[in-house]
Design a protein around this ligand. Structure first.
Ligand code: GDP
Ligand code: MG
Length: 181
């Protein structure tokens, strides 16, 4: 007999201020590469990542890259619609991008909730940790507390450049989404 086969398709948002590394994280995760050429995204980009979660479960992640509107610090309801989770990204070398994190979280929570009314799962990414300038997160306890207070399911120091913790962060998000269904 064949094992039951479950397939999930999840729309995931990647949001945060301009230049924090959103596009680079998606590229690293989906295409296994990194480029240091700055190219602001114009229009909405999608990337698909397929995870063989366990022998019975396939998870397809549709990653939505922000489209240049990040300079306004908020997105439209239409853009958020039907997302099942999100990554909010900041740049550890630029404190202002961390200050923007709560603004992004509030924008998301005010415009999107799951069909059951619960807030969507959100993982916080402290990106560019390869830069060695991380004064923001070196106190992990403070970050844990911040996540608790603001309703993040977890946080990770990441590097799109060095491929650090991106898979781990995604697994954490997917685990929470699966548990919420
Ligand atoms: P976005 O505007 O949030 O999509 O940011 P990008 O992905 O375009 O990245 C902005 C700049 O930061 C680019 O020059 C990237 O090469 C650089 N960058 C992105 N991620 C990292 C990282 O993890 N480490 C380092 N050192 N640079 C990064
Ligand atoms: Mg971009």
């Amino acid at each position: 007999m064949q094992a039951a086969h479950k397939e999930h398709l999840y729309k995931l948002l990647v949001i945060g201020d301009l230049g924090v590394g959103k596009t680079s994280i998606i590229k690293r995760y989906v295409h296994q590469n990194f480029s240091s050429h700055y190219r602001a995204t114009i229009g909405v980009d999608f990337a698909l990542k397929v995870l063989h979660w366990d022998p019975e479960t396939v998870v397809r992640l549709q990653l939505w890259d922000i489209a240049g509107q990040e300079r306004f610090g908020n997105m439209t309801r239409v853009y958020y619609r039907e997302a099942m989770g999100a990554f909010i990204v900041f740049d550890v070398t630029r404190p202002a991008t961390f200050e923007a994190v709560t603004k992004w979280k509030n924008d998301l929570d005010s415009k999107l909730s799951l069909p059951n009314g619960k807030p969507v799962s959100v993982v916080l990414l402290a990106n560019k940790c390869d830069q060695g300038k991380d004064v923001l997160t070196n106190n992990g306890l403070k970050m844990d507390q911040f996540c608790k207070e603001h309703g993040f399911v977890g946080w990770f120091e990441t590097s799109a450049k060095e491929n650090i913790n991106i898979d781990e962060a995604s697994r954490c998000l997917v685990k929470h989404i699966l548990a919420n269904e």
